[in-house]
Design a protein around this ligand. Structure first.
Ligand code: ELE
Length: 217
């Protein structure tokens, strides 16, 4: 898929809800109830990181949950792109971007949200046609101040900042003109997921969904 087409799809997805939960799933049997809990709270766009053995099976399970748009995170290699697509992911997310990964995404059918942390990285992705990018690691790479500064010279690049974002600072990011949505793991903490505390996770999702994005929504 062309980077331009990918960016259009990602922009639409980012406008579905202000927050994309970043999920680390150790046990695939938790996938369906977790996805249902998040959708019930108003967050339909989910990212399962390919960091665990259970991740691909979790994506397969979540792909059939009504209302869910499932994505795969931590795409590092061309093989990850292929595996994510094979499991039914509808979009992919990578912490950074390499020529090999970008070529694989272009050759396949998975819309990619590639990561950038600096002006040079963001410009290199824009040269290829990616106008929607993940800003990672958001807090460590300068946070809200860095994104505000990037909006000056690079106003046409829109970001999904991720990394170090939580209930305390998400609204500040979402108020930026170049932020479409944010990603974060705080909506499905490990302890609550392992405990099957779905009502608590729905409550966290509901609070996140209520954050809105006054910037460009
Ligand atoms: O695995 C990936 O693809 C990543 O790029 C990293 C995740 O996006 C962050 O680990 C989420 O950050 P936290 O919300 O601070 O936990």
């Amino acid at each position: 898929m062309t980077p331009h087409a990918a960016s259009e799809i990602l922009e639409t997805l980012c406008r579905r809800a202000p927050v994309i939960p970043v999920l680390v799933i150790e046990d695939a049997t938790q996938a369906r109830p977790l996805a249902e809990a998040l959708v019930a709270g108003g967050l339909p766009v989910l990212e399962v990181t390919l960091r665990t053995d259970a991740a691909l099976e979790a994506i397969r399970q979540m792909a059939s949950v009504e209302g869910v748009i499932i994505g795969a995170g931590t795409l590092i290699t061309p093989g990850d792109v292929e595996a994510a697509q094979g499991a039914g992911a509808r979009f992919g997310v990578s912490p950074g971007a390499t020529p090999m990964l970008l070529d694989a995404a272009r050759a396949g059918a998975l819309p990619l949200l590639p990561g950038a942390a600096t002006a040079t990285e963001a410009m290199a992705l824009m040269e290829r046609g990616f106008t929607v990018q993940k800003f990672f690691p958001a807090e460590a790479a300068g946070g809200v101040a860095a994104l505000r500064a990037l909006a000056g010279p690079l106003p046409h690049i829109r970001f999904c900042p991720t990394g170090g974002i939580g209930p305390g600072n998400a609204a500040e990011y979402l108020a930026l003109p170049n932020t479409l949505c944010v990603g974060g793991s705080w909506i499905a903490p490990k302890a609550l997921t392992e405990a099957g505390a779905w009502a608590e996770i729905t409550a966290l999702a509901r609070a996140a969904a209520a954050l809105g994005a006054p910037g460009i929504r």
